[in-house]
Design a protein around this ligand. Structure first.
Ligand code: NAD
Length: 409
């Protein structure tokens, strides 16, 4: 099953439990609008580059649509549709007043200069500025994009529409960003990890963790895991990674990775491949990079008893079945990584109120949203004897479905 088939499969598993009609399923799954745009750009060497960008607005029954911008060579129409759908269920699971969207450009940012990255971002916004906006659709960072890219994006949007910081979230603090946004997804991952361990009568302190991905989500997740006393024993990025069975010194590894542009060669560690990392002998496995990395074969070999999906779509549908049979507890992406969109919502609220929250308030509100959402998902899973993923979809689909019916067709 590819990613889009898997998303439909997870949706249908929950829809079957809910007794949802075929017509309602079709209505909820069909994206509201899909844009595919050409982004022509003058490259630094004088050549013309032509790139393809996408923005998919999946559903707005519960509010303006929300979802990240991914700059990655594998971005295509199917991936963006799938991720936009996930955003619809995710915003509903954590009960923030948004729908779902996603966008991206098929490009390898490692091959772009800083100037080219800025030009491609501005060119993309030129194409989609009429579709997005504070009350319509609010982009944010995802893989390959960051606060700087959001700063260029909002600046370009404002050339058409005037001062509108709430049109994009994940901005730098100096440009109406929020305290705690950068760390939010990784922090949220650790909050739900603590919550699931509590239900399993375990603690983070002393638990061993293997973490794939050391970008925005992975590096902050590692930091908060380490602070909570967990032993992060293996970490990888796109080029492979490092392990130490006694636990890696995460603050030192973070400095090393920044200084050396990667994890390789970290003193006191041995190297590990991505494949080995997923099969590590650990309590917790946290994929925080690409989708689709946990295949059927990998799922059979996973030794962790808990998988927390920090990345979007990391587990293939066939692998999910294997986890279910093997009693591996999976905290699904639409709950586990919802901390980012939750603090994006706080940023949007602050922008609209022209009032800044302190970091302590952002963290406190995030804790509350993540713990309440986790508890609700856990309770539905126990009540209905379903996986945490199906429980999360039941909540998400239920909220979107009710809003759709109440609003009327
Ligand atoms: P990022 O670009 O900051 O980091 C990505 C990391 O993955 C890097 O360490 C990179 O080296 C690694 N990576 C890339 N390809 C890999 C491969 N083939 N094998 C192993 N590692 C690989 O991205 P991010 O923002 O940290 O996002 C990571 C995941 O989390 C994505 O699935 C994204 O959709 C999801 N997510 C991000 C946010 C957010 O707020 N940034 C929110 C929700 C979900």
């Amino acid at each position: 099953m590819n990613a889009i088939e898997a998303a439909r499969h997870y949706f249908n598993q929950a829809a079957d439990h809910m007794g949802l009609s075929q017509n309602m399923r079709k209505l909820l799954l069909t994206p509201k609008r899909e844009a595919k745009v050409q982004i022509p750009m003058q490259m630094d060497n004088g050549e013309i580059g032509t790139f393809i960008g996408y923005r998919v607005q999946h559903d707005d029954a519960r509010g303006p649509m929300k979802g990240g911008l991914r700059f990655h060579p594998e971005v295509d129409a199917d991936e963006v549709v799938t991720l936009a759908q996930l955003m619809t269920w995710k915003t509903a699971v954590v009960n923030i007043p948004y729908g779902g969207a996603k966008g991206g450009i098929a490009v390898d940012i490692k091959k772009l200069s800083r100037g080219e990255l800025e030009r491609i971002t501005r060119g993309f916004i030129d194409n989609i500025h009429d579709m997005i906006g504070p009350d319509k659709d609010i982009p944010a960072p995802d893989m390959g994009t960051n606060a700087q890219v959001m700063a260029w994006a909002v600046n370009q949007y404002e050339k058409y529409h005037g001062f509108s910081p709430a049109c994009i979230t994940g901005k730098p603090l100096e440009l109406h960003g929020s305290e705690g946004r950068e760390e939010a997804t990784g922090r949220g991952v650790v909050i739900v990890t603590e919550a699931v361990l509590k239900q399993l009568k375990k603690t983070l302190s002393g638990s061993t963790v293997a973490l794939q991905g050391f970008g925005n989500v992975g590096s902050f997740a590692a930091r908060f895991l380490h602070e909570a006393g967990a032993k992060v024993v293996a970490v990888t990025d796109v080029a492979g990674g490092v392990r130490n069975s006694e636990g890696l010194d995460i603050p030192a590894l973070t400095r090393w990775s920044a200084d050396h542009n990667g994890l390789a060669g970290f003193p006191g560690s041995e190297s590990v491949t991505n494949d080995e990392l997923l099969r590590s002998d650990v309590d917790l496995l946290i994929p925080a990079a690409l989708g689709g990395v946990i295949t059927e074969e990998v799922a059979r070999d996973v030794r962790a008893s808990v998988v927390v999906e920090a990345a979007n779509n990391p587990t293939r549908a066939e692998a999910d079945e294997i986890f279910h049979k093997r009693n591996v507890v999976v905290v699904p992406d639409i709950l586990a990584n919802a901390g980012g969109v939750t603090v994006s919502y706080f940023e949007w609220v602050q922008n609209r109120q022209h009032f800044r929250w302190e970091l302590a308030r952002v963290r406190k509100e995030l804790d509350r949203v993540m713990v309440d959402s986790f508890d609700r998902v856990w309770n539905i899973a126990q009540e209905k004897h379903v996986s945490l993923r199906t429980a999360a979809y039941i909540i998400g689909i239920g909220r979107v479905g009710r809003a759709t019916v109440l609003g009327g067709i």
